[in-house]
Design a protein around this ligand. Structure first.
Ligand code: PEP
Ligand code: MN
Length: 337
């Protein structure tokens, strides 16, 4: 449930109710907006059954939250959230670009890409050190060696760095080197991994599962947030449909739907959504127009030689052109880029 306070309700009345809720063994999440303060209540509601919270000082009304996700629910937190990653912000004021190779293949390959995407305006460098490949015989990633290169990329370019984690061991390693953890589509409902990521102390990018509904996705975000980590960013990366012309089908409607249902930032990955280099730029622009807070784009210095996802990777010059072309879209969307 949420307790909506009257406009101008005193801090003392908010504090009194929050303490009352906590003393009953529930959690109280206070969201102070520009106009109204909301107290979100999480836990076993039977403990306050029969308590008439509406008569407490400063309370406007009490509303039940029927969705099973609470902390990620926009009803709990009506203002859109801004998530800090290193010195960057992901949220309503900015267009955050994350770019880099699918997989980190060598120091040279990563550094060259990192310099190129940095020059074009990327805030984060992405690169996989643990690759969840469809075939066990495909390149699986450089693991900790790759993470070390990511750290070097951050030191040299000033970009924040993000890596996918696929196991508790990968999280343990990654926290030593990167600024943000990525949970990939294939692990969106790996609940133990989500809980570990929630405890890791870094912001988390949660990609949409291959066939996950928006409701399932938000519940997955809730797993991370329930561990005390509210710094979650969602990434739409295409879903499985009957269409075979593209690798997946980019569900752009997820952007406005999520904006209504959650306060968490939403970014779009047109690379994995389409699997085709030529389709990345038009969908990147469409995503910004639809209200996305950022983009994740695969870039490789030599896509023909890439060990994974070459066909969908942009070259560095193609990425630089795209970033130039995105500027008017960012401007129209009222976002800094
Ligand atoms: C990735 O971003 O490297 C990746 C594997 O993407 P997804 O989890 O969306 O397939
Ligand atoms: Mn990839």
């Amino acid at each position: 449930m949420i307790i909506i306070m009257k406009p101008g309700a005193s801090k003392d009345s908010v504090q009194y109710i929050a303490s009352y809720i906590q003393e009953k063994g529930l959690q109280a999440h206070v969201s102070t907006g520009s106009e109204v303060t909301i107290i979100g209540v999480v836990g076993d509601k039977t403990r306050i059954q029969g308590d008439n919270l509406e008569i407490f000082e400063g309370v406007e009304r009490v509303v039940a939250v029927t969705e099973s996700y609470k902390l990620s629910n926009r009803k709990f937190h009506p203002e859109p959230s801004t998530i800090r990653v290193g010195s960057y912000e992901i949220g309503p004021r900015t267009l955050t670009i994350m770019a880099g190779p699918c997989a980190i293949e060598s120091r040279d390959q990563l550094m060259q890409t990192a310099r190129g995407v940095r020059a074009a305006g990327a805030a984060l460098v992405r690169g996989g050190a643990y690759k969840p490949r469809t075939s066990p015989y495909s390149f699986q990633g450089l693991e900790e060696e790759g993470l070390q290169y990511m750290k070097e990329a951050r030191e040299e370019t000033g970009c924040a760095v993000i890596c996918e984690v696929t196991s508790a061991r990968a999280i343990e390693n990654a926290v030593k080197y990167v600024d943000m953890l990525q949970i990939g589509a294939r692990n969106m409902q790996n609940f133990e991994l989500l809980k570990e990521a929630g405890r890791a102390g870094l912001p988390v990018l949660l990609k949409r599962g291959l066939s996950a509904t928006i409701d399932e996705w938000l519940n997955a975000a809730e797993y991370i947030m329930a561990e005390g980590n509210e710094n979650v960013v969602l990434c739409e990366r295409g879903i499985r449909t009957f269409e075979t012309a593209t690798r997946n089908t980019l569900d752009l409607s997820a952007v406005p739907v999520l904006k209504e249902k959650t306060h968490l930032p939403v970014i779009v990955d047109p690379s994995h959504a389409t699997g085709v280099r030529a389709y990345v730029a038009p969908l990147a622009k469409a995503a910004v127009a639809a209200g996305a807070d950022g983009l994740m784009i695969e870039v490789h210095p030599n896509p023909e030689k890439a060990l994974s996802d070459g066909p969908q990777s942009l070259t560095i010059p193609q990425f630089q052109t795209l970033c130039q072309e995105l500027k008017p879209y960012a401007l129209l969307a009222g976002r800094q880029f």
